[in-house]
Design a protein around this ligand. Sequence first.
Ligand SMILES: [Zn+2]
Length: 287
Amino acid sequence: MNEMAKTMLKIAVWYGVHGLKIIPIYGMRKRSFDGKGVLVCGCGNKECKPPTSGKHPMIKDWPNNATCDPVIIKNWFEKVNDINIGIVTGVASNLFVVDIDNKNDGHTTLEIMEEEHGKFPETVEVLTGNGKHFFFKHPGFPVKGVTGVYKGIDIRGEGNYVVAPRSLHFSGNRYEFKGDQAMGQILIAHAPEWLLKVLKAKNGTQTTTARSGNSNKGKTEGWMPLSIPDGKRNDTLNRVAGSMRRPGMEWDEILGGLKVVNANRCKPPLSGAELEKLAKNMCRYSK
Ligand SMILES: [Zn+2]
C-alpha cells in the first residue's frame, strides 16, 4: 500500500466508526505509459469516462454489502492503491446530501435559494470536483433521491451514495472537507424546514438511479427557481415560453403565462413590453 492508500483506509474506517455505511469505489489512477499522466478509472475499462469514472462501486450489490465494519473495510481497502470512498446516503447512514453541481449552474441556483431562504446552517460541507455536497441529518421520513430538484441541484437519499473525502475526482481534484472542518469534529446539522417541505413534496415522484452522477441531469422537473434575479430573467422566461410553445400555444396564451411567472418570481419584474417581445419571438418557432 502507498501512503495515500493507507490514508484512505484510515478515513474509511473512521467513517464506519461514526456510523456511516461505506462502500469501496474505483479510484482514478494516472495512466503512465503515454507520459502525460492522464487520469483514468481504476476499473480498467477504456469506455469508462466521466461522469462515471472514479464514481462507481467496486463491489456487487452495494446496497446490501455497504458496511460500518472495520474488518470488512480493511479487507477492501488494503488490496488496492487507487481507491475512492462512497458513503451511502439515506437512513442507512442517518443522513442525506444536497449535491450542488456547478457544471449545471448549481452555484447560481444555490445563490438564488440562499437569497430566498437564507444560507444553509453550518454543517458538513464537502468540496467536490465540480461543486459541493451539504450533509444534513436524516429527517425521519424517507428521503427520495431526486436529480434536478432545482437546476444543478440533486438530492441523495435512500438507495444513493456520494463519493467522499479524500477520494480523487476525475478532474484531478480531491474531495475535501470545507475550510477547517477536520475529521472528528464534524457535526451534521438539521436541514432547514423549507428544504424538508420540498423533500416531502418530492416523495413518490421521480427517483434517481442508484449512483452518484446521473445522465438525467437538466432534463427533469424542478428547474424553475423560486426567485429569478436580474441577468437570469430573459433566459428563464424564454425556457418557460418554449415549454408552452412546443405543445402549440399561441403568443397571447404564452404572454399570459409569462405575466404570472414574471410577477411571482422575477426580481425585479420585466416590463410588459419585454414580455410581449419574448412571447412574439417564441412564436417565430414552429409548434
Ligand atoms: Zn470505471
